[in-house]
Design a binder for this molecule. Sequence first.
Ligand code: 13P
Length: 255
Amino acid sequence: MARKFFVGGNWKCNGTLESVSKLVDTLNAGAIVSTDIVEVVVAPPFIHLPLVKDRLRKEIQVSAQNCWVKKGGAYTGEVSAEQLVDLGIPYVILGHSERRHIMKESHDFVGQKCAYALSKGLKVIACIGETLEEREAGDTIKVCAEQLTAIKEAIGENWSEVVVAYEPVWAIGTGKVATPEQAEEVHAELRKWLAENVSAEVAEATRILYGGSVTAGNCKELAKKPNVDGFLVGGAALKPEFIDIINSAQSKVAA
Ligand code: 13P
């Protein structure tokens, strides 16, 4: 079965009521290809989730950018998976490199978050990726495999509601996009890892997104690569060009 193309927009810690409302209007007005060929998800900050969920066109789903690792309770400042489910939010991004590196979330912690979110019925966009130093040391696959291993140890064979996002840290917010060949090389290795460590079925079915300086200008060539199943977009997801990135699903169909 073909993997459905997936385009996610990670709005990170950006936006005001005014700017978020404008972005929703822009997304609602844009001409986008059928959801038969692309799944689209945007992840606003927690505080804007209800507004976006209520006002955004229903072809675009809404995701949180994080959630707590277990049942809610006395965890000041956190938001639980249960609360996201209660709000009707279907997806959560976990393990984003900004949380791994700035908030020092460990591989194990991210794995446990994935397991808990899945157990509550959330779908997970699980992010992995190497730093520039790790790439230059030839450790890209080793680092990604360690991150995937921690997820696998927590979730087992239960990957049907997981989308993997390969986001090399050196490409995030830097304007230095991976070439289509670099992305394809890593994605193919990640799929091989899934085949060898989970199952051939999971490897075949799991979407592997590329993230890091994706724009309307570079998305079509990336989309044509066989193991690139979509994108997780940061900066360009805040601009009208996000519509063009959604529509790059057509390049996939044509490839
Ligand atoms: P940029 O597209 O701004 O590089 O961010 C990518 C990202 O981190 C998406 O999660």
